[in-house]
Design a protein around this ligand. Structure first.
Ligand code: GTP
Length: 355
């Protein structure tokens, strides 16, 4: 079965991290997020993968090529402007002649795809939507099903008093090619808002496949941060430190896991890195700096006695000495934090700013 990954869209909610990279290319554990998604498909023996992409698609193609290095066969489908989730699939219609999987490119899950495919086939569904429970469904597409798991109703971001279930659209679908008859060519169309409700109106067999295994989306910096931590804890032992290549660590520096240190880092004397932490390749951690619970992208320079805690710092940032960046701050690319600055908690700093 082929899979199509939706890797386009605007990614407004993940700014300032998606200034000049697509949402699917943000590094998670020092690898583009999409590499984790492709790895997931491969694990489920799905190796024919179409990437539906919009702007900045060259970055994706340059990194993944024909997919052979990652054990899959990749085909690219590029939109000139965002066509919506269903519009993007419509463009790739000629590549889809049998049942296929659609995966939002911003989710990570352990969902058992094989079981979902069997469920879809047994019910002869035209569309099967994976459903996952969440604590707060008000920011998602809620899906109501009957006792036989047939979808009864879709509610997009409903208020609390209208909520009848906590099961939401998890962004994984198994679809029959006939569904593309419901999508106009060259028109913005979304599965969630346009296609699925139209299928229900026509009485088509749309099913919900409930699952409870791991699921998270990286729609916002906060969720991106949570995913990084979750995967770090999953792949690295509780207190382990993984060096991805050669780095210099001064004997007086302390690195406490769980942590991943990218290649070519320089960790200076008396500095402390405390996990959970992901340090990108080519980062410098200055003398006496304390870095705790951070996600640091590549080539960042952290000056002497800087304090970083529970924050995300994108590539090529320069944090000058004695500054402090604490809880929930998010810095875009190439930000410069001046000597001694103390950023307010939760600050979102746009790329190239000097603060
Ligand atoms: P926000 O602007 O932050 O809401 O993000 P988004 O535009 O990415 O929207 P959303 O989170 O609803 O998208 C769900 C998935 O579909 C994501 O993986 C997007 O990358 C993808 N997606 C959304 N719109 C398009 C589109 O027009 N074309 C393609 N190819 N993918 C899309």
């Amino acid at each position: 079965m082929k899979a199509i990954i939706l890797a386009g869209g605007e990614a407004t909610r993940l700014r300032p991290l998606t200034h000049n990279i697509p949402k699917t290319m943000v590094p998670v554990l020092n690898r583009p997020f999409l590499e984790h998604v492709i790895g997931y498909l491969k694990k489920h023996k799905i190796v024919d993968v179409i990437l539906a992409m919009g702007q900045l698609s060259e970055q994706i193609q340059d990194y993944f090529g024909d997919g052979s290095e990652f054990g899959v066969r990749l085909t690219y489908s590029v939109e000139n402007f965002p066509m919506g989730t269903a519009g993007a699939v419509k463009i790739a219609e000629k590549l889809l002649d049998e049942s296929f999987i659609v995966l939002n490119g911003d989710i990570f899950t352990d969902l058992d795809l094989t079981a979902m495919i069997n469920f879809h086939r047994e019910r002869k569904a035209i569309a099967t939507i994976a459903l996952t429970p969440v604590e707060n469904p008000t920011t998602y597409g809620v899906v109501e099903t009957d006792g036989q798991s047939r979808v009864r109703r879709f509610m997009e971001k409903p208020p609390w008093d209208e909520i009848t279930t906590n099961m939401i659209n998890a962004g994984v679908y198994i679809l029959e090619p006939d569904i593309l008859g419901y999508v106009a060519f060259n028109t913005f169309f979304s599965f969630e808002h346009d296609v699925f409700p139209a299928l229900l109106e026509k009485g088509e067999a749309v099913y919900g496949y409930p699952f409870e295994s791991f699921w998270i989306d990286i729609g916002t910096p906060e969720k991106y941060f949570r995913l990084s931590r979750d995967l770090l804890l999953r792949y690295i032992g509780d207190k382990d430190v993984k060096f991805e290549g050669e780095s210099f660590v001064h004997p007086s520096a302390q690195v406490v896991g769980p942590a991943i240190i990218g290649e070519g880092c320089f960790i200076d004397r008396d500095s402390v890195i405390k996990g959970p932490a992901v340090i990108g390749p080519g980062c410098q951690i200055g003398q006496g700096a304390t870095v705790q619970g951070v996600v640091l992208w590549q080539n960042c320079k952290v000056g002497k006695e800087v304090k970083l805690r529970n924050c995300i710092i994108a590539s090529n940032c320069y944090i000058e000495q004695r500054s402090e960046i604490l809880d929930n701050c998010v810095l875009g690319d190439r930000v410069k934090v001046k000597e001694g600055s103390k950023l307010p908690k939760g600050a979102l700093i746009q790329p190239n700013e000097v603060v």
